[in-house]
Design a protein around this ligand. Sequence first.
Ligand code: PEP
Ligand code: MN
Length: 359
Amino acid sequence: MKDLEPIDLEGIDANSPLIIAGPCSAETEEQLLCTAKELASNGIKIFRAGIWKPRTKPGGFEGVGAPGLQWMKEVKETTGMLTATEVATKQHVEEALAAGIDILWIGARTSANPFAMQEIADTLKASGAKVPVLIKNPVNPDLELWIGAIQRIYNAGIRKIGAIHRGFSTYGKHLYRNMPQWHIPIELRLRYPNLPIICDPSHIGGKRELIAPLSQQALDMGFNGLIIESHCNPDNAWSDASQQVTPEILNFILNTLVIRDSKTTTESLTLLRQQIDQIDNELLETLSKRMRVSREIGQYKKEHRMPVIQATRYNDVIRTRVDLGKEMGMDANFLKTILLAIHDESVRQQIEVLNDRTR
Ligand code: PEP
Ligand code: MN
């Protein structure tokens, strides 16, 4: 994909991060226009809104569909902003192109599905359109599937392509709605240095408070833009209410972000990575030391005919460590996950010692 072209859009400074903002969904004509006008007056140049909404479960608001495209046209005419929407089927692509949508994006549930991706690619190819297409990472942390989705769009003749990092689904409740797993977009960057990557802090964080820190982190890592959900009345949004901010708050957030000089960013990033490498080595050494001690305990228990698992000790270990870790500013769920994994492995090691007839 060496001949990818920059996403240079009319009226948009190609040297600054690409900023796309707008509501999760188009709900009503009033909501769309009111949000768009406020965003435009805060300097936003590209407006996003979902017309067709892929919802995890049936019964929720699934988007207004084609009538919303007319509202997007109105947004364009009255504010001069460019418009972007999500497409997932042949019909979506055809209708969005016919309505003059300027940028298409492909959602995380769609990029995980090669059949849907091929259908979209075939429709784009048949239309001969040269519209920029942004491809969100699939819901699951599978870099190859993400790259495959991007390649299908590339093979359809589209050259203005961007990737959107929106985090990855996991089971259970966590600080983030979708785990950032930054190493995945970084690996994508290393493989395709000329592919712009845009961060979607709204869907990674799932909450307003996380938009600013995630956006800053993305810029520090050299991401090329941000796509952020903004709604004129976020608390009453019909989808993703807790992660949307008013255009005014969005403006405040964008003004707090520091766009660092890319050279100094790379230098400080290298230094930080060296620290991470060092810390990881220490973690691994500590873990292996812990496993060796566990095996010693296994040997002791074997000689004294003691059971491997002692429930009170097990509960104490988890509880005291979780409390301690919380005091150090870490998340309780994360601590539980990691401590249970370490404990399970210790038990496995002890059982191995117990069954080893040579000791
Ligand atoms: C969205 O952008 O509103 C959306 C549905 O996002 P995702 O595909 O990342 O879940
Ligand atoms: Mn959303």
